[in-house]
Design a binder for this molecule. Structure first.
Ligand code: NAD
Length: 386
């Protein structure tokens, strides 16, 4: 039975990953380490805490004594490091905490893994590690910087990989793209915000610990996730929250920025594939193959939320406004984010070919599931608070 240390497991993706793993593996031991910052919410994992396979520790990944104790007391097989300050806007206001958690915290975890997983050295002096250990760093496509928009109106994506062509047969929607270029795992690191700079630094450290101390690692770089349990500071839950409250939906600049949207459960499946089959020391990009402009995300959610509520009158009591006010007039353009990245898009070839990963959730279905989740959980989660 494997023991996972999931840091940041009370946050959005970490909580989803916990649920995914508990459902998939009957025999598993999971330790959640989370500081419970404003973005971490025990409600996200409340039901799972009763599960004997799960234990929760409130703590900071920067606290080396505490992290060391966890490694001493538990036979950790995998570290999956989700813990991070994750909101770009906050990193522009206050970069310091991003550097501390995202970089120093990762170093503390790496040091603990190096110390507790190694049992001696080889003839060259490199540490030797117990079989089956792995450090997985959850990173972001934002470390690559941004890409140009070549096709402002989007065009059908030309399939660039035989495996995907096969997989596309089971998917009803042909993805569209807004540009010629994509991020591959070999794209140069070129972060443009304090957040992405801190994540890129952490990636470099993970890489350095692998090269210098031979720690078994993988780095995953995913695109924008959406789904249940996301704190309402990020685009999709902000849009849902504001529509329900009858408030304007703020869209940065001209709203033409392109993001590649990945349903969080698909991402969790991808991470599990990397843990099981990722080659030692490799980076894997995990994308949604689903580029959309921010302005269109707002429009899609407005349309979908209107339909969901119209078809399910029980949700009308949650609405703080009249159903007919749910229309595109809610969208308001606000001053653009400083240094706002224009487009992110992931080249899926490596992850598809090596791991067989493909995002299964069609965006239309994923967004509907997400909207319904927020409506169902409106009173429980902070989404409902002012
Ligand atoms: P989140 O902000 O929802 O959750 C982060 C979690 O980390 C929270 O539970 C928080 O309490 C915890 N945390 C923060 N600082 C900590 C510390 N010092 N010690 C222990 N716990 C701490 O973030 P998320 O969206 O779930 O993202 C998870 C990871 O995935 C992050 O590393 C992020 O950079 C990466 N990522 C996210 C996205 C996305 O679309 N959400 C995209 C690419 C990469």
């Amino acid at each position: 039975m494997k023991t996972y240390l999931i840091t940041g497991g009370a946050g959005f993706i970490g909580a989803n990953f916990l649920k995914y793993m508990l459902k998939k593996y009957e025999k598993i031991n999971i330790i959640i380490l989370d500081k419970l910052t404003y973005a971490g919410n025990l409600e996200n994992i409340k039901d799972n805490l009763e599960d004997p396979r799960v234990s929760f520790i409130k703590g900071d990944i920067c606290d080396s004594d505490m992290v060391g104790k966890i490694f001493q007391q538990e036979n950790i097989d995998y570290v999956v490091n989700f813990a991070a300050e994750s909101h770009v806007d906050k990193s522009i206001e206050n970069p310091g905490i991003f550097l501390k958690t995202n970089i120093m915290g990762t170093q503390v975890l790496l040091d603990a893994a190096k110390e507790h997983w190694s049992f001696g050295t080889d003839e060259k002096g490199y540490p030797l590690y117990t079989e089956g250990k792995k450090f997985v760093q959850i990173s972001t496509d934002e470390v690559y910087g941004d890409l140009k928009i070549d096709y402002p109106d989007g065009k059908k994506l030309k399939v660039r990989c035989e495996e995907i062509e096969e997989l596309l047969k089971i998917r009803p929607v042909i993805p569209k793209t807004f540009g010629k270029d994509f991020f591959t795992e070999k794209t140069s690191i070129n972060p443009r915000s304090p957040y992405s700079a801190s994540k890129a630094s952490a990636d470099m450290l993970v890489r350095a610990y692998h090269e210098t101390y031979h720690i078994p690692v993988n780095i995953t770089r995913c695109s924008n996730n959406y789904g249940p349990y996301q704190f309402p500071e990020k685009l999709i839950p902000v849009i849902i929250k504001n529509i329900i409250k009858g408030k304007k939906i703020p869209i940065y600049g001209n709203g033409r920025q392109v993001r590649d949207w990945l349903y969080v459960e698909d991402h969790c499946r991808g991470i599990d594939m990397v843990i099981n089959n990722g080659r030692d020391g490799e980076v894997y990009n995990i994308g949604g193959f689903n580029e959309e402009q921010n302005i269109d995300i707002a429009r899609i959610i407005i349309d979908k939320l209107y339909c969901v509520i119209k078809e399910n009158p029980k949700y009308q009591t949650i609405l703080k406004t009249d159903l007919k006010t749910i229309n595109y007039d809610l969208i308001t353009f606000v001053k653009d984010r400083l240094g706002h990245d224009v487009r992110y898009a992931i080249d899926p070839n490596k992850t598809v070919k090596e791991l067989g990963f493909y995002p299964e959730t069609d965006f239309s279905l994923g967004i509907e599931k997400t909207i319904i989740w927020y409506l169902e959980n409106w009173n429980v989660f902070s989404l409902g608070k002012e």
